[in-house]
Design a protein around this ligand. Structure first.
Ligand code: NAD
Length: 364
């Protein structure tokens, strides 16, 4: 088998701690990985004066996949925006063309009590939010500040952004969603604000057209305000949700919290060549960094997504996901998912337990 090249970018805060556990897990799979680490985020700013140094970007571009920890710390909040750690993520998305963001929200049976919703609403929850990642109001030009020439207060200072989507941008993310749905429950909900926004009427029209190529997948449309309401009212009704950059940003965080802990949720951002960046949905958690208590499972599950989507190693991905189920069934919990009657473990013990569960199935 040709080698599988992974750029390992641990980042800041708990990033290096959780990444160490994911690497440990990958290393017991007996696959020909070629892993190379580089600095990113605040750690890269401290060393090289930039959150995404050229060498890090080059490594990412030349790899089959990027495994990313987390970036950011409050101490960088006063830096100019282009130098802040979080800019590294935007730079990687842009330079690698990562337009499709996959955010699964799965509520593990053993963790239903960790959710803020009633157990019956979330038990067995398994939804996938697909967020368009490189367009929309986050990147639309023109944007800026100026003196208003019209509006409610002509002559006053104002700021503005531009919401826009082109047909190919909508078509490609719609295809990603329909294809993902085919491997699941074959249902796509496209979330828009077509009643108010021209951009999202166009979104709706194009998604509908693409949907005709997938007669086996049921498509429905929902306004974003209703989607927010339905996510907390009856989240299990959804299968795949596809939406734009801004709506997806907000809805995917809400969906994440349905599952109880952000420490459990992986994510993937893919480009047209299936090259991807894989990272936990949470941030760098500076409040618990260095304490050895962070939950490494979101990063370990991100590594599983990487194996499945970019490295074509679905069996290995299954083995990791089963091992995670197994450690939860054993009652092992990091502090963020701990409840009475379970066993509290640290970051390293949780990683060791996943490794042990994988090794056991290999031997068995
Ligand atoms: P956060 O996700 O880092 O933390 C929110 C809360 O969740 C904290 O109490 C934290 O202790 C807890 N938490 C997060 N991950 C955990 C884990 N694996 N195990 C146990 N507990 C966990 O969000 P924040 O506090 O808003 O942001 C902190 C920093 O992270 C900021 O600098 C922010 O910009 C950055 N951030 C980075 C990313 C990224 O790298 N993709 C994403 C979001 C935030």
């Amino acid at each position: 088998m040709t080698s599988l090249k992974i750029a390992v970018l641990p980042g800041d805060g708990i990033g290096p701690e959780i990444m160490a556990e994911a690497i440990k897990v990958l290393n017991v799979l007996d696959l020909p990985f070629e892993m190379e680490s580089a600095l990113v985020g605040g750690a890269a700013y401290d060393a090289f004066g930039h959150p995404l140094p050229d060498a890090t970007l080059k490594l990412a571009k030349e790899s089959d996949a990027v495994l990313f920890g987390a970036v950011g710390d409050w101490k960088y909040d006063t830096l100019d925006r282009p130098l802040r750690p979080e800019q590294a993520i935007l730079g990687l998305r842009k330079n690698l063309g990562l337009f499709a963001n996959f955010r699964p929200a799965i509520c593990y049976e053993q963790l239903v009590d960790a959710s803020s919703l009633k157990p019956e609403l979330v038990a067995g929850l398994d939804i996938l939010i697909i967020r368009e990642l490189t367009g929309d109001i986050y990147f639309g030009q023109p944007r800026g500040r100026r003196t208003a020439v019209d509006g409610h207060f002509p002559g006053s200072e104002e700021a503005f952004d531009t919401m826009r989507y082109s047909r190919p941008e909508i078509e490609r993310i719609a295809h990603v969603a329909f294809q993902a749905a085919r491997k699941r429950d074959k249902r796509v909900t496209s979330v828009d604000k077509a009643n108010v926004l021209e951009t999202f009427q166009f979104w709706k029209d194009v998604v509908t057209e693409v949907g005709k190529e997938y007669p086996d997948v049921a498509l429905d449309h929902m306004y974003v305000d209703n989607a927010a309401m339905q996510l907390v009212k009856a989240p299990k009704k959804f299968d795949v949700i596809v939406t734009g950059n801004m709506f997806g940003d907000i809805l995917s965080d809400a969906a994440a919290m349905l599952t109880g802990s952000i420490g459990m949720l992986p994510s993937a951002s893919l480009n047209a060549q299936n090259q991807g960046l894989y990272e936990p949905s949470h941030g760098s958690a500076p409040d618990i960094a260095g304490k050895g208590i962070a939950n490494p499972l979101a990063t370990i599950l991100s590594a599983a997504m990487m194996l499945r989507f970019s490295l074509q190693q679905a069996d290995a991905a299954d083995r990791i996901e089963s091992a995670v189920q197994s450690v939860l069934a054993q009652g092992l919990r990091t502090v963020d998912i701990y409840s009475a009657g379970t066993t509290k473990v640290g970051t390293r013990e949780m990683g060791d337990a996943v490794v042990a569960a994988i090794t056991k199935t290999t031997k068995g």
